[in-house]
Design a protein. Structure first.
Length: 342
């Protein structure tokens, strides 16, 4: 995050672990490897804990994180990996989980620095990565593999307060956010929010290249349809898991008719969610932004399929090991403390 801070309750913990290692601290990577009953977190959820007691990530709804930190520090001091059960049947009878559930965690204090750096580097290149997690279940033949997908990115192309609000909400939600805009006032306003990448659009006839992978959502938020008529055909050529366009139902139908006349295929037009958002009655910038973000979150559930923990080394088909065919998204400027934001 900006100013070299960390979101303590983040799904991504590897860059925190790399940072702590570079500062000379020992760390533990804690992975959720077994669930009995219900759990607010999925298999493969992780925490990274440093020997100083700093940590990021979460493994429950707030019930056990402090206990996990204490256990991780003890494992670091002993220099040995361990597997610990919490909830029903645990030696820690004072730590209870909802509905009598139980979970088991693996504390890995011996993961190689090179492995952490390699995972972090791939994720920042927007490539999937994997980590081998020691099972410690007594069966030496069992292997666990943690699959990572790149952080979800939202590309917002638009002008005005709704585009600015969606940028801010996306950042707070934990997404990477990129704002494309031809409007200087819109760009200047979002530059007040550290962490959002800003790309100027020179003109409707001179558009930047949009690189959107399968972990990217794109929201088009213009009132002048000349911009979207030129941008949407480019966006529809990408692998974005979500493409939404702001406006009324009449506006959306007019949008589809114009794009069809420009030769955009019917199948591609069907990818555009319009009017973008889960509810259409919002009139304020905040409600429009929240509606679109909620729809992106809903679509992201299926886009994230295949990310998690694998047992016995089985391969996962929904997550191909793909490589980008072009260079990463070019960014002209970045809001706030640019040097501190990756």
């Amino acid at each position: 995050m900006p100013a070299e801070s960390w979101d303590q309750f983040d799904d991504y913990v590897i860059d925190f672990a790399v940072d702590r290692k570079r500062r000379g601290e020992r760390i533990a990577i804690v992975t959720l490897v077994q669930i009995e009953g219900s759990s607010p977190r999925p298999l493969g959820a992780q925490m990274a804990v440093s020997e100083s007691g700093r940590w990021t990530g979460y493994l429950s709804g707030g019930c056990i994180e402090r206990a996990v930190v204490s256990e991780a520090i003890a494992a670091i001091q002993d220099g040995e990996n361990r597997r610990v059960r919490y909830g029903r049947g645990s030696k820690y009878f004072d730590i209870q989980l909802p509905c009598g559930s139980a979970i088991e965690l693996v504390f890995d204090v011996n993961i190689a620095d090179d492995d952490l750096v390699a995972i972090d580097a791939r994720l920042h290149r927007r490539l999937p990565a994997m980590m081998h997690v020691p099972s410690l279940a007594g069966d030496e033949s069992e292997t666990l593999t943690r699959i990572y997908a790149p952080r979800t990115r939202i590309i917002i192309a638009g002008i005005g307060p709704s585009a600015v609000q969606l940028s801010r909400l996306g950042l707070v939600t934990g997404f990477e956010v990129v704002l494309y805009s031809p409007d200087a006032e819109t760009r200047e306003e979002i530059l007040k929010t550290p962490g959002v990448e800003v790309v100027p659009i020179p003109s409707a006839a001179s558009l930047p290249i949009v690189h959107a992978d399968r972990h990217t959502a794109v929201a088009v938020m213009f009132h002048d349809h000349e911009w979207e008529t030129n941008l949407l055909p480019l966006i529809l050529e990408t692998d974005a898991f979500y493409v939404g366009a702001m406006g009324s139902r009449k506006t959306h139908q007019r949008r589809l008719d114009i794009l069809a006349r420009f030769g955009v295929e019917k199948e591609k037009l069907g990818r555009i969610r319009g009017p973008a958002g889960l509810f259409e009655s919002g009139k304020s910038a905040s409600s429009i932004a929240l509606s679109i973000l909620a729809e992106i979150m809903q679509a992201n559930v299926s886009a994230s399929a295949g990310v998690g923990l694998l047992f016995d080394g089985r391969e996962i088909s929904p997550l191909p090991i793909w490589e980008p065919i072009s260079q990463p998204l070019a960014v002209s400027c970045r809001s706030g403390n640019a040097a501190a934001v990756r």
